[in-house]
Each structure stands twice: as C-alpha cells, then as structure tokens.
Design a protein around this ligand. Sequence first.
Ligand SMILES: [Zn+2]
Length: 148
Amino acid sequence: MTRTRPGDATPSSPGTAGPAGIPHTRPHPGLGPDGPGLPTEYRVYRWGWAPHGLATRRQLRAEGLRPNGQEPRAEIRWRRGRRVAYLYAVADAAPKRIATPAQLVALGEAMRVRRTCPVCGRDVGYCLPRRWGTCLDCHDTPSWRSAA
Ligand SMILES: [Zn+2]
C-alpha cells in the first residue's frame, strides 16, 4: 500500500545565481584563504573593490609594467556587468623597461593625481573615469558639486 504525499511533487529549486551572474565578492584584505596574499581563485569584483596587488593591464602599463605572460587573476565588472577589465598580479608583473628612480617617482605621482578626485579630494584608489573627471561617488551624488 502506497501513500501519495500531497504537495511533494515539485522539489525546491536549487540556489541559482542572480540573472546577472555576478557574485558580489568583497575583497578581504589579509583574510584570504592564503593569508595576506591574494585570493587564489578567480574572482569578479565590482568597480573600485579590487584588492591592492591587482591591476589592470592599463594600470600596469602606467606603472611601467607588463603582465609578463601571466593569466588574469580576477576581473572588474561595471555598468551592470557589461564592461569588464581583467586584473593581473602586480607582484608577478615584469618591468617594461628600466626606469630611473626619478621616473618611478613621477609615475607614482602621476598615478596618484589620476586617482585623486578633484571634487572630494580623496585618493579613491582607482583611476578616475576620464569622462567624468570625478570619483564614482561624486558622480553618483551631484549634491557634492552643487553644494556651493
Ligand atoms: Zn569624489
């Protein structure tokens, strides 16, 4: 004698990722699976959330470095995942050319200027979008600009 259990026909759907398919992975500085190092598995970060030690190919080039044949370690997605930039480990990058200390200082200063928002004056840690000339926070909150 078999009994049919009512309401047991549809199994619960397994947990699926969101439609965008982008996991919201926050960087954990110093708390990764490998201690203070970078995460070992490929990760997707939102714009501005990439940990220190990873840089895009353009950022490496701005520092006089090249990826040196390494595979990208992670990627940044923005504009709802429609734009993507691959991240490489700075530690595994190789110098594109021998730069003098003065050139390195100039490069570092140039990068710092490009990361510093003229509206809020912060070093936001990423190159400001050239189209806006401000950090993403200031772009999203125009009240910063219209306050004066
Ligand atoms: Zn700003």
